[in-house]
Write a new protein. Structure first.
Length: 184
């Protein structure tokens, strides 16, 4: 298991807590809605359908602010190319498989942040805490090449574009892998 206990876990400089949400029938998922475009609908379906529960080693994290669940992220530890190499060297990474913030909270400020961070930044910080707890060399995720808002979120949180560049996923969509080094 990626976390020693279900939680809740606090995020420094944030009003947000997160927990390992292992119940695919969590009633809060019934009202979870991160939007209506094709990507958002896929994220909604992934979490509402409990798809993480069918993926070996994957854990869903539920993020809560002021008692209200506002985001989910599905993460898994995986061997990936090392962040300092374009070659075949690999390291343990926390892969953010899927992440969504309920549209009612899009762009919302984190009320506990002294730096003016958004709730979406707290989700990224929570994922990083899981990576650190698992001694991962870094974190990685895929993002649509044309999804500028997501790319800005990830860049703002220390992710960089993988030096291998753009690739097409199995649907033929241009994607980028973004990675973040975790300092020991």
């Amino acid at each position: 298991m990626l976390l020693p206990a279900v939680g809740p876990y606090s995020i420094p400089d944030s009003a947000v807590e997160f927990e390992a949400q292992l119940d695919p029938f969590d009633p809060a998922l019934g009202s979870f809605d991160c939007g209506t475009d094709a990507t958002a609908l896929a994220i909604n379906a992934f979490f509402r359908g409990g798809n993480w529960a069918r993926q070996r080693g994957m854990v869903a994290l539920r993020f809560v602010a002021s008692g209200a669940p506002f985001a989910y992220a599905a993460v898994v530890l995986s061997r990936n190319p090392h962040p300092d190499s374009t070659g075949s060297q690999e390291a343990d990474y926390l892969v953010i498989w899927m992440m969504g913030v309920d549209q009612a909270f899009h762009g919302a400020a984190d009320p506990g942040s002294s730096s003016g961070s958004r709730l979406s930044d707290a989700v990224m910080k929570g994922c990083e805490l899981v990576a650190v707890a698992n001694s991962a060399a870094g974190m990685s995720l895929w993002v649509r090449e044309g999804n500028a808002p997501a790319r800005r979120l990830y860049s703002r949180n220390g992710f960089f574009e993988d030096p291998r560049g753009t690739f097409q996923d199995k649907r033929g969509i241009n994607m980028l892998e973004m990675r973040k080094r975790i300092q020991p």
